[in-house]
Design a protein around this ligand. Structure first.
Ligand code: ADP
Ligand code: F6P
Length: 475
């Protein structure tokens, strides 16, 4: 079997394991632990200058190849174009899009540098799997260096419809860069359809019935591959974690009150201010819950150098303080706001303790937290998931109470319904969701993507690649 080479901006280095939040790192760690291979990407260190060669570490069949990024590369690439332009637009936040031409150039430059450092590590039959919006141009850069291996790409975020995507300066160059991959994967059918529409409407390309894309003088595949979690491990972890010292302390501190849990990176896509407003509305309009329910919101800071993220943190801290000031009693605080990451087993135990999992992103590619909440439940007494219709996970987790997070009253009503839901209904809803989670595990996701990536195209022989041309200026 050919070696798997995973490429992502974040690398789940053993030294950082369990200490960071982020769906990509969690999923790929689980995938590579099962398969072994090479994991290439950023070391997480910002240095004086970008490395000239990766640092290699091998542990349990995985070789980690990581590079430091210099300030002058990291800022335009990560804080600039990736998280200042791509992240907001992919989450439909045109209002937050900030485009600076030098940052786009920096993004392309870092991709070219990463490709140049990765190419010498590659073996002829390696299968290369590139992840997320930071690295869209990586394959075209590798092709320019003569890499002919099969290369796949998976987007962990949503892809917006073409009328939103065309507002992104650089969209034409980026979608053309996607054509250098053999397979492009999305989280949901909706994201796939957005891409297919773009190909037809903006790129003048064609989409065949069997999922091939004919565009930019290339033939490649595109498909939907909803990412899963390691369901059996999560089930075991949560059963054990429910008996842990920390879970016991949490239960004791609740003194019989119901727990609502929210676990998110502190990101504007997660709808946290709307969530607190809905909880406040619940307490304001249904006094029977006052003193009887606690919201534990765990939200470790993320991308803290960016102004929008700093502002969001301030906003949430103020909102939690204000709501607590409005409703707290001497022996009850409605919101416990915790700004730290926690070990996975701890989170699993907390999830199992919570009567309600509250997951209300304004947009999310998938949202693994929702799946982890469901998989952590006690089958005899499961909690209820309240889930945003705008999370990719909502297309699979049909047993959840589905809400529009922009509708505060609807979310508050769903919370009320979840808190009083009879056991029989909770069980029925949970079983439907667990059935799907047991089938579509992270292992099945990896196998599904890689088996299609390894399969040669049955379309006409690939045209020889056109001669490389310099990256195009933003459209
Ligand atoms: P995203 O990739 O946008 O952060 P996901 O919900 O898909 O969102 O994935 C987040 C992952 O990070 C999940 O596996 C979740 O358990 C983990 N995570 C989120 N918050 C924390 C936290 N406070 N401590 C540890 N892990 C966290
Ligand atoms: O899953 C989406 C994602 O953007 C990943 O690409 C990323 O690793 C994770 O969220 C956390 O964000 P960051 O790497 O910027 O801390």
């Amino acid at each position: 079997m050919s070696r798997l080479v995973v490429v992502s901006n974040r690398v789940g280095l053993p030294s950082s394991r369990g200490g960071r939040a982020g769906g990509l790192e969690v999923a790929l760690t689980e995938a590579l632990q099962a398969k072994g291979g090479l994991w290439f990407g950023w070391s997480g260190q910002v240095a004086e200058a970008t490395s000239t060669a990766p640092k290699l570490t091998t542990l349990n069949d995985i070789t980690y190849a990581t590079v430091d990024l210099g300030h002058s590369d990291h800022r335009p690439y990560y804080e600039g174009y990736a998280n200042g332009a791509l992240w907001p637009i992919f989450h439909y936040r045109l209002d937050l899009l900030r485009y600076v031409r030098e940052e786009f150039d920096g993004y392309l430059r870092v991709n070219a540098r990463l490709a140049a450092m990765l190419a010498p590590l590659l073996q002829p039959d390696d299968v290369i799997w590139v992840h997320d919006y930071h690295l869209i141009p990586l394959a075209s850069e590798l092709r320019r260096l003569g890499v002919g291996n099969r290369i796949g790409f998976f987007l962990h975020t949503p892809l917006p419809s073409p009328d939103v995507l065309v507002a992104l300066p650089g969209h034409a160059a980026l979608t053309e860069a996607l054509a250098a991959y053999d397979l492009v994967g999305f989280q949901t059918r909706r994201d796939l359809h957005a891409f297919q529409s773009y190909i037809r409407e903006e790129a003048g390309g064609e989409v065949t019935d069997d999922g091939h894309i004919l565009a930019f003088s290339r033939v490649f595949r595109a498909g939907a591959f909803p990412i899963g979690i390691d369901t059996p491990t999560m089930e075991t972890l949560s059963t054990e974690a429910a008996e842990s010292e920390e879970a016991r302390r949490l239960r004791d501190s609740l003194a019989g009150r119901s727990l609502i849990i929210g676990v998110d990176r502190l990101d504007y896509s997660k709808g946290l201010p709307h969530r607190l407003a809905a909880f406040e509305h619940l307490l304001a309009t249904r006094p029977e819950h006052r003193g009887n329910v606690t919201l534990l919101q765990i939200a470790p800071p993320s991308r803290s150098a960016l102004a929008q993220y700093k502002a969001l943190r301030r906003e949430l801290e103020q909102a939690a303080g204000r709501i607590n000031g409005r409703f707290a009693e001497f022996d009850w605080t409605p919101i416990r706001y915790v700004g730290r990451t926690h070990r996975r087993e701890l989170l699993a135990g907390f999830n199992r303790t919570a009567r309600v999992g509250l997951v209300t992103p304004l947009r999310d590619g998938m949202n693994l937290v929702a799946k982890e909440y469901v998989a952590s439940q006690n089958p005899d007494d499961p909690g209820v998931l309240v889930l945003s219709r705008f999370a990719g996970a909502a297309q699979e987790l049909t047993g959840a109470l589905r809400v529009n997070p922009l509708n505060m009253e609807e979310t508050a009503d769903a919370l009320h319904r979840a808190l009083i839901m009879p056991l029989a209904e909770r069980r029925a809803r949970w079983e439907v969701m667990m059935e799907g989670l047991r089938r579509n595990t992270v292992g099945a996701w990896v196998d599904g993507f890689l088996s299609l990536l390894r399969r040669p195209s049955d379309q006409a022989e690939q045209e020889p690649l056109p001669p490389p041309r310099p990256p195009r200026a933003a459209a």
